[in-house]
Write a protein that binds this ligand. Structure first.
Ligand SMILES: NC(=O)c1ccc[n+]([C@@H]2O[C@H](COP(=O)([O-])OP(=O)(O)OC[C@H]3O[C@@H](n4cnc5c(N)ncnc54)[C@H](O)[C@@H]3O)[C@@H](O)[C@H]2O)c1
Length: 262
């Protein structure tokens, strides 16, 4: 499939994990890439994994820096003419699992700044251009943590619930301009963010527990999230907007623990 031939796709958080897998997937489908991450070394490593001939621009930008985001979007519009698809994927965990009475204001602000304000800055800046063009697709990385408790700390979960809400409100604002906005809600995926969880489980003979709460009885791979992102950003999803698609092995589908019924 070459669903992104001649199309410019901007991906944030492209220096690791899901963003790196998304970069590979969109590149494999012909996209011209603009990869954004605050970790420049990570961006270089991602670029090194891309097929030869991929047209790629790397930009070490902090998504929570409004001025830097606006300047980057202006630059990309000037150089590429337009942005066909935006993948708002950069995110941080943090805040541990401290109870709601325990997290500091600084923790909340830091997480909301990256996970919620970052996507908002990009949607605001890129959405204007997509609106003027009368076309565009935006995919936000939310999380199962934005749907239910138990998959991250309070601030992280609230930030991801905010991303789901932003997805729906932006979709309603931009739908009349043929700009679609959707979210993916990954379950447990092995990436840089979840490395401590995987390391802990592996070094304590608990690897079998990773992903065991999913109906598919396993954790997910970054490529499986990238595939859903590419679908939602492509014309195959031309009548889908305002949706938050759980890509979680069935984790949020059931109130039962897997295996309770069978
Ligand atoms: N891994 C999971 O199990 C999981 C589950 C649900 C949702 N998610 C979400 O997936 C997205 C990608 O995370 P991942 O799991 O690939 O983790 P990761 O840590 O491997 O990748 C996140 C990337 O975002 C970048 N980043 C962080 N803050 C940034 C900022 N302020 N500006 C620019 N770049 C920044 C990091 O440098 C890193 O390269 C995140 O939004 C995360 O919340 C992950």
């Amino acid at each position: 499939m070459n669903r992104f031939d001649q199309r410019t796709v901007l991906i944030t958080g492209a220096g690791s994990g899901i963003g790196r897998a998304a970069s590979a997937r969109f590149a494999a489908e012909g996209a011209r890439l603009v990869l954004v991450d605050r970790n420049e070394q990570g961006l270089n490593e991602t670029a090194a994994t891309l097929p030869e001939g991929t047209e790629v621009t790397l930009r070490p930008v902090d998504v929570s820096d409004e001025n830097a985001v606006n300047a980057l979007v202006d630059e990309v519009i000037a150089s590429h003419g337009t942005i066909h698809a935006l993948v708002n994927n950069a995110g941080i965990a943090g805040g541990d699992y401290a109870p709601v009475t325990g997290n500091s204001t600084e923790t909340w602000q830091a997480i909301l700044a990256v996970n919620l304000m970052g996507p908002m800055f990009f949607i605001r800046a890129v959405g204007k251009h997509m609106q003027a063009k009368g076309a565009g697709a935006i995919v936000n990385t939310a999380s199962v943590a934005g749907i239910r408790s138990g998959a991250g700390g309070n601030a992280y979960s609230a930030s991801k619930a905010g991303v789901i809400s932003l997805t729906k409100t932006a979709a309603c604002d931009l739908g009349q301009y043929n700009v679609r906005v959707n979210a993916v809600c990954p379950g447990l995926i092995e990436t840089g963010m979840t490395k401590p969880v995987f390391d802990y489980a592996r070094s304590n003979e608990k690897e079998h527990k990773l992903g065991s709460r999913c109906e598919l009885r396993r954790y997910g791979r970054p490529e499986e999230i990238a595939a859903a992102m590419a679908f939602l950003a492509s014309d195959d999803a031309s009548y889908i907007t305002g949706q938050a698609l759980a890509v979680d092995g069935g984790n949020t589908a059931s109130l039962n623990l897997p295996g309770m019924k069978h």
